[in-house]
Design a protein around this ligand. Structure first.
Ligand SMILES: N[C@@H](CCOP(=O)(O)O)C(=O)O
Length: 465
């Protein structure tokens, strides 16, 4: 499998999976995409119903690693990774209401869906870096969950230094402590005096500085890295197969800010999984919902909300969908993305918008509506949802059609947001035993201004430690 950038041409020296795993973002500022969608025949999908989560993950991810990492290696990694999750099903489905299912993606070490892919990335990086005898510096931006998942996956790894930027005072305390109490030498946490979009912008700016990028051997593990998307596809395939796929379609509802999680579901549909609707749930940072309703992709100020992981206005992965909708035309894609960067307004062609709306739907919830949803889910179904998962379930309820199972991604454990859960339901969700002493652990992090030069200096120092 060869890869190409959303902003460049497919050339003879096109990178393979291992190359794009380590580089993360393409040199031209675009995002890597496979040069074609692998097709999974119907009989193959049917035969996958009996596979364990780990075996299924190896099959799906293996379609994107062809020519670089073989199935046996992937299977060993996947068994090791998913064998440590705290639920035998890895990503269990819970029927919350008739035909509405919660797909619990928070049974990994840091209690959020990010572990589903990030734990695999930890193993994949280690494998390729050892092969190449190479060291990288991972720089990542987080609005709350990616950071701790990345730190957990890469802490103490010999070939990796990791720097995570989070917006100062804009994550939940549990989320912050999950990052800042990891004291291994290879980990640096920076609280940026800005919002998530500022953090993500700085990551992209560091990649755009060719000399800095090469000097520090930068790598990315945000969902700008294709490997993150590839490793998120298996749970869509598995949950659809569990509910009758491929013989009947299912729909998915996903609370999303950066668009990576729902993009993985869309990719599954391109690979042959019958999917009816894809429903986006947003909070008051509703750029995706505004786009889906009115073709209004105008960037606004990021507002803090009850669901901080989705406090995002620039949804990185939308570029991948746009590229597809433009018939994979990198020149048009680059022009639109550059204009968006300059003006804060993305001019998506009307026909592309209409095509997207054939599958995608969107709903935005205020904090009050999110709290009401959490309250109702608990009162009516005895289901405790964190604010993000509640938004996904609300989107699922809104777009559920009779006869088509609706699967809502439950992206975080309620204990990551104890205050919001307590306020809505009166229940204080306890952290699992491995995190029970989180509030008495020592924290270490730097607070830095929203200034790219200061951040670069910190990355350089950490790299050379
Ligand atoms: N919601 C994320 C933001 C980064 O998203 P990613 O999927 O691109 O890593 C977070 O919790 O950090």
């Amino acid at each position: 499998m060869r890869y190409r950038s959303t902003r460049g041409t497919l050339d003879a020296a096109a990178p393979d999976f291992s190359d794009i795993l380590l580089s993360g973002l393409a040199g031209d500022g675009g995002l890597y995409m496979p040069d074609h969608w692998p097709h999974i025949p119907r009989e193959t999908l049917t035969s996958w119903r009996s596979l364990s989560y780990a075996d299924l993950a190896a099959e799906v991810i293996g379609l994107f690693t062809e020519g670089s990492i073989d199935r046996d290696t992937l299977r060993t990694m996947a068994h090791d990774v998913y064998g440590r999750f705290d639920h035998a099903a890895v990503a269990p489905l819970v029927e919350v209401e008739d035909g509405l299912f919660s797909l619990e993606l928070f049974h990994g070490p840091t209690l959020a869906f990010k572990d589903m892919a990030m734990q695999m990335l930890g193993r994949l990086f280690e494998h390729v870096l050892k092969q190449r005898n190479h060291h990288v510096t991972i720089v990542g931006a987080t609005s709350g969950d990616t950071g701790s998942a990345a730190i957990e996956a890469f802490r103490g790894r010999e070939h990796v230094s990791i720097v995570i930027l989070h917006p100062h005072n804009r994550t939940s305390e549990v989320q912050r402590r999950q990052m800042t109490t990891v004291l291994e030498d290879n980990v640096l946490n920076i609280a940026v005096e800005g919002d998530f979009d500022d953090c993500q912008d700085m990551v992209k700016a560091m990649f755009a500085d060719e000399a800095f990028r090469t000097d520090c051997s930068l790598s990315a593990v945000n969902s700008i890295n294709w490997a993150r998307i590839a490793a998120q596809i298996p749970y869509y395939v598995r949950s659809a197969l569990a509910l009758g796929g491929p013989d009947r379609p299912v729909s998915f509802a996903v609370p999303t800010g950066n668009f990576g999680n729902i993009l993985a579901a869309w990719v599954a549909s391109q690979m042959g999984l019958p999917i009816d609707r894809l429903c986006v749930g947003s909070n008051r940072n509703d750029i995706l919902t505004r786009f889906l309703l009115n073709n209004d992709m105008t960037k606004r100020q990021v507002e803090p909300s009850l669901s901080p992981s989705m406090d995002i206005q620039v949804s990185s992965n939308f570029e991948r969908l746009l590229f597809e909708m433009l018939g994979r035309d990198p020149n048009r894609c680059r022009a639109i993305m550059e204009e968006f960067r300059q003006t804060g307004c993305m001019a998506v062609p009307h026909d592309a918008w209409e095509q997207i709306r054939e599958t995608f739907h969107g709903i935005a919830l205020s904090d009050e509506q999110t709290t009401d949803t959490m309250k109702a889910l608990y009162a009516e179904s005895h289901y405790l949802a964190d604010p993000h998962s509640a938004i996904g379930l609300a989107a699922g309820r809104r777009f559920h059609e009779a006869g088509v199972p609706m699967i809502a991604a439950a992206t975080a454990h309620p204990a990551k947001f104890p205050d919001a859960v307590k306020k809505a339901t009166g229940i204080h969700p306890e952290l699992p035993p491995h995190l029970a002493d989180l509030f008495s652990r020592k924290e270490r992090y730097d607070v830095l201004p929203n200034d790219i030069e200061k951040i670069k200096a910190a990355v350089r120092t950490h790299r050379g430690r």
